[in-house]
Design a protein around this ligand. Structure first.
Ligand code: DCP
Ligand code: MG
Length: 365
């Protein structure tokens, strides 16, 4: 029989709501209905908030906010010490719910995953129904809520899951994709960091529709290799597969500066910022790595890396930051102009001792 209907993939992105905080509220009735912040230290003595309950978010408390600031915004906020082992165990439970429907599961962090349900195990056929069933199981069996995004590719599904949080279910069908992407702010595009977003805005490019007016070669000229990716994504095209066996071997963050850094203080500051991003990602992934690597690219594109391993995993921002600074100090920066700095943590306890090979950048987190 003739069939002119294009065959689309069915992709679901699931992201748990206020993950660490919801687990703490579930397990401790005293915290329910109250503003709580997981991580950070009480009395605002230091540290940053990993996540906040929705009650705390009403006061403006957010992930990565210094606990001092959180306390200023909401003096009655309760700081709760994180229990990573519990979060990991819940993550495994969530995974086993996903596995009832598909084996094509790509976790992005403890609380977030892509699922390809094009051929679901139970022959349900409708991705929206599968997303509903998953949400129901998470709610009934784990007493937690998740938000789901359903579409035909990863990019749109991920943005959709964030649109109606908490407890949301958002479907963006093929006919809606183009208008959706047209209206999307450039900073929402995959891989667009702060620097690129500023550059785009400086060029008068604010939305997907603006980007779409550029040819592929213009995009590549202005934004390098990623330009090709932008070209497709603003047309709603994203062919990236859901990759079930991707193993995270290192977590890193890097920044190419709008101008070459010559000032040491500026470089140290950049190391501090990158360390913070890496620390947040480590927290999110619940991984423990013992090796820290600093990457430097000079103005002439010459690149060096320096690493240091510790007997204990890197588990706090301060240690990452001071080690990163020490590694920077150990390099010869006289007369050198720096165009890129990167910080990465590898040598995870959960994986085999693979060193720094197979670098994977998680720049969409
Ligand atoms: N996390 C962290 N530091 C960050 C961001 C997140 O430690 N800067 C941790 C705590 C979160 C978990 O990762 O609970 C999941 O991150 P999300 O970004 O999905 O945030 P939440 O699940 O907490 O909230 P939301 O409902 O917005 O998804
Ligand atoms: Mg979440």
């Amino acid at each position: 029989m003739e069939n002119n209907v294009p065959s689309y993939r069915k992709i679901i992105h699931i992201d748990m709501d206020a993950f660490y905080a919801s687990i703490e509220q579930r397990d401790n009735p005293d915290y329910r209905g109250k503003p709580i912040a997981v991580g950070g230290s009480p009395q605002g003595r230091g540290g940053v908030v990993a996540t906040a309950s929705y009650e705390a978010r009403k006061f403006g408390i957010r992930s990565a906010m210094p606990s001092k600031k959180a306390l200023e915004l909401c003096p009655q906020v309760i700081f709760v010490r994180p229990r990573f082992e519990v979060y990991k165990a819940v993550s495994v439970q969530i995974r086993s719910i996903f596995e009832r429907y598909t084996d094509l599961i790509e976790p992005l962090s403890l609380d977030e995953a892509f699922l390809d349900v094009t051929n679901d195990k139970q022959n349900i056929g409708y991705a929206i129904d599968i997303a509903k069933a998953i949400k129901l199981s998470i709610s009934q069996e784990l007493k937690l809520t998740a938000s789901a995004g359903v579409s035909i590719n990863k990019f749109i599904a991920k943005i959709a899951s964030d649109m109606n949080k908490p407890d949301g279910l958002t479907f963006i069908g093929p006919s809606k994709i183009q208008s959706f992407v047209d209206a999307l702010g450039v900073e929402k595009f995959f891989g667009v960091g702060k620097v690129t977003a500023e550059k785009m805005k400086g060029m008068g490019l604010h939305t997907g529709a603006d980007l779409k007016r550029l040819t592929e070669s213009e995009l590549i000229r202005h934004f390098g290799k990623t330009g090709k990716f932008y070209y497709n994504i603003v047309r709603g095209i994203d062919d990236r597969q859901v990759q079930p066996h991707r193993e995270t071997k290192s977590i890193s963050a890097e920044d190419t500066f709008p101008y070459d850094l010559k000032d040491l203080d500026e470089m140290y500051e950049a190391v501090d910022t990158l360390s913070k991003i890496v620390y947040e990602r480590i927290m999110r992934h619940g991984v423990k790595g013992r090796t820290l690597t600093l990457k430097i690219k000079y103005h002439d594109f010459k690149q060096i890396t320096r690493s240091q391993s510790l007997p204990q995993p890197f588990a706090d921002w301060e240690t990452i930051r001071t080690t990163g600074r020490r590694l920077l100090q150990s390099t010869d920066l006289e007369d050198k102009r720096v165009r890129l700095l990167g910080i990465g943590v590898s040598n995870f306890e959960t994986t085999e001792q693979t060193g720094t090979g197979g670098q994977l950048k998680l720049d969409y987190l």
